[in-house]
Write a protein that binds this ligand. Sequence first.
Ligand code: SF4
Length: 402
Amino acid sequence: MRALISACLLGSACRYDGNTKPNSAVQRIARRLEVTAVCPEVAGGLSIPRPPAERQSSLVVTCQGNDVSRQYLAGSRKTLEMARQTGARLAILKAKSPACGRDYIYDGTFSGTLTSGHGVAAQALIEEGLTVVTENIVEYCEPSVEHPVALMLGTGMSEIMSLVKVVRRIPYEDIPGFPVSAFPVEGHTFEALIGDIEGVPVVVYPGRIHMYQGYSDLETCALVRHAHRLGCRTVVLSAAAGSIDPNVVPGTIGLITDHINMTGCNPLAHLNTLSFVDSPFATIAGAYTPYLAELARASAKEEGIHLDEGVFAATMGPTYETEAEAHALGVLGARYIGDSTVCEVIMAAALHMNVLGFTMLTNTSGTTKFTHDEEVDVATAASDDMVKIIVGVLKKLGCAEE
Ligand code: SF4
């Protein structure tokens, strides 16, 4: 996987003060990627050292009041050119910088105040369609023994359990909020596995419960809350679903980029919500972490697996949708229809966890002559590909203790 990374994060002494700003999590992931180090300020012709500069609306000015916008623009063009030449789809750039920062950058008052917006080079890469992240997301997503990756598996995915080097097992009956009356469907077990896959710390939840079985939205999220209490910052979810596009071949894997919640439920709409999240008014936009999605795309490509992607609409189930419902949800922007996942994602987002969502596309939505048994068969047959992609993502994320 090719990526551009800010040179100062990798240890180059290219900062305005002649120093570097190495980041150990970025340096670790860089060893697993094909990296092109970039410094847009130096590429634009600025010297090392140089006066600090900050963005003032559309300009970039130094602390002495000199306009260096032209150099920043030239540096961003050269950085963009490197992205095109290398084919990189991911850029890991230094936060807050007027060249590299994304979302928040220094505001031109040289007081350490931040303003919303992107650095000049980051902006150019975002407009080009690259996934641009800062070192903060890389650090936050890096697995460790304290922060394992939670894997919550859907239909046909029990195979991944055989890859776990298990150090501890937790019966679901010991997980607070998980209904004691629940029993697993065929092929699932109700026992969380703690251990590692390829040296990456994980907690695997091989079976889930669904609202269509009569459980509440809150009960279906008990495993997410448990993973959060164990220290997990990233959760990978998989679920079987139908594809609205009839051209999608059953067995294809879909990357969930966003969702539409049509279940009529929300796990944060409860009297005791504040006992497990800091606010019920959680931001769900952006819940599906673009950084993780980019790692998934690269893993699929490396394995030669076609990865579809789109918006997942969740209904209550258990019935499959009508033709009219499939059409309506397609008009709304959905590509997949399933009956799980979104409440767990809402809970994960409210707990500030990163989410990577997959769906196993087992049928075409809104068609007849399809049974649950066929869905299970298709999902099981295609689970090899899903496992390869998930393991590929885990290997790229690595481990802080490696
Ligand atoms: Fe680092 Fe980017 Fe600034 Fe260069 S322009 S020193 S890479 S933050």
